[in-house]
Design a protein around this ligand. Sequence first.
Ligand SMILES: [Fe+2]
Length: 250
Amino acid sequence: MIMIVSDTHCYYDIVNKQIEFAEKNLGINITSVIHLGDFGLYSGQLRDFFISQRKQFHRPLYFIDGNHEDFRHLPKLVKKYKDYFTYLPRSTVHTFEGYRFLALGGASYMDSMITERESVITDQQINACLAIPPEDVDIIITHDCPTDIGVPNTPGMEHFGPTGFPRSDELAEHFRPKMWFFGHHHKWHCYSNNNIKYFGVSGVWKGFGLLDKNYDYKMISNKIEWDEATFVEKFLMRLRIIRPDSPDYK
Ligand SMILES: [Fe+2]
């Protein structure tokens, strides 16, 4: 079964804890993990987890980018860690367990403090998606949510305007996918329109989604406590790249 998670923000070990929970407590065999961005692709944290601590994900993990990744070094980092996880570039289609997923990482612009330029979804990337025949895609996976599906703004962030990224309506119209999964907002969300089922996936420390055959999808709440912030994390907090459970962060 496919596990769907989002927003690890460098706390990679929480993915493994959720896999362990699903397999040991729920008796579910996880075959792969799809990660909806804000993975936390940063050299120092990756080196610490995968090289220094010699850890790896318990199951194959595939991720789209969010708005909190090291975009400047993304190509180099995904190549270096290709034996540990796989990056799904924007505007590309990938088949897992019979489902064809259209991957589109990134987010709409928020402000320069929390939105790196490269994280913003471009018109060119939307156009590249729209060049893909609709019959080639079953499910869309994005980091940010589509517009007009009722995802509430995080309190205190209303000044960024309504949630969702521009031209997402064109993707919905073109592909009419059976399902559309997204992260970024750190909350569960369900919405249905025009036979498209939209699912917001909470931050990984609050739970995960399970996608079985025949579009059977479940959301599992399982809160994981995390350890005291490390020196690197405290440094990132000072740069406003703060703990992902903060209401100021997404
Ligand atoms: Fe995000």
